[in-house]
Design a protein around this ligand. Structure first.
Ligand code: SF4
Length: 292
């Protein structure tokens, strides 16, 4: 009989757990709350909280609000968001993840200490990603964001460089960028790099690889915009070519191929457990398996 197993190591990281817990508490008290941007990169979880009264707004809408309560998600925000809130008497419910907060503070400190020293602050991350915007904001918008080695042409290798990483980027990608900068930096020029990748993501890699390789077929569940979802899925696929990326249970429309006996369901740090459970139920329904 086909076995369906949900990966115990998958699901919300503590940063996301904290954000959702605070949002649910606020919604329980008042029945309504604004969230600046999607509370988590998972559209079904956003939809669930919307039904409970959570209203997602963008930065333009945020700037027009007055006397409201607005949740800042785990990704964090730049200082300009806090200034706007203060000007408009908006109460901030700040759920910035402590890991992101520490990184913001570190970058801000480095910026203050080096801004008169011709130093370039560089962030390895995704241009326009909410966390990256919050990090760039710590440097008055001066930090340079690079996503790949092809972007390194934007750096001046005769000036000092400090390299940081978005918390959810891949460690391998960071090491590659770090090495490429090291090789190009002119002799005698300062280059400091800080591995600021969150261990909630890195530490899941061996576990998810082992989980994927111990199953014949794997459904990896995550939102399409999830950065760590992309990294974790890549690892799953390397370990098991029969790994399939889905964002919702109803994307599975056919039974499993013949011969599959062990099916795994896993996901990202932004994937709720209830969603992986829905996927497991869907697999069982399509393959005529008993529910429990
Ligand atoms: S992945 Fe890490 S940095 Fe991002 S929210 Fe989770 S715990 Fe915080």
């Amino acid at each position: 009989m086909i076995q369906v197993e949900i990966d115990k190591g998958s699901g919300f990281c503590f940063g996301v757990v904290n954000t959702i817990r605070i949002a649910e508490r606020e919604l329980g008290n008042t029945g309504t709350l604004y969230s600046l941007g999607d509370i988590v990169h998972n559209s079904l979880e956003v939809e669930r909280l919307k039904k409970a009264g959570l209203q997602t707004i963008n930065h333009d809408e945020f700037s027009t609000l007055k006397d409201k309560r607005v949740l800042l998600r785990a990704h964090g925000e730049p200082p300009s968001t806090y200034r706007t809130a203060a000007e408009n008497r908006v109460t901030i419910i700040d759920t910035t993840c402590p890991v992101v907060l520490r990184l913001q503070q570190k970058i801000h400190k480095c910026y203050r200490e080096t801004r008169d020293k011709n130093m370039q602050l560089v962030i390895y991350g995704k241009e326009g990603h909410a966390e990256v915007n919050g990090l760039v904001g710590q440097t008055d918008g001066t930090a340079i964001v690079i996503e790949k080695t092809e972007d390194l042409g934007r750096l001046d290798f005769t000036r000092g460089i400090m390299l940081f990483s978005q918390t959810t980027k891949s460690l391998d990608g960071f090491r590659e960028i770090e090495e490429a900068i090291r090789q190009r930096t002119a002799p005698g020029v300062t280059f400091q790099s800080f591995d600021t990748i969150c261990r909630q993501v890195v530490n899941r890699l061996p576990g998810i690889k082992a989980f994927a390789s111990s199953h014949d077929w794997v459904y990896f569940v995550a939102g399409k915009k999830s950065s760590n979802g992309k990294i974790l899925f890549e690892e799953c696929r390397k370990a098991n070519p029969n790994a399939v990326f889905i964002s919702a249970a109803d994307e599975i429309v056919t039974p499993l191929p013949p011969g599959v006996q062990r099916v795994g369901v896993c996901g990202a740090t932004s994937t709720p457990k209830w969603q992986m459970e829905e996927v497991a139920i869907r697999i069982k329904t399509l393959n005529n398996l008993p529910p429990a």
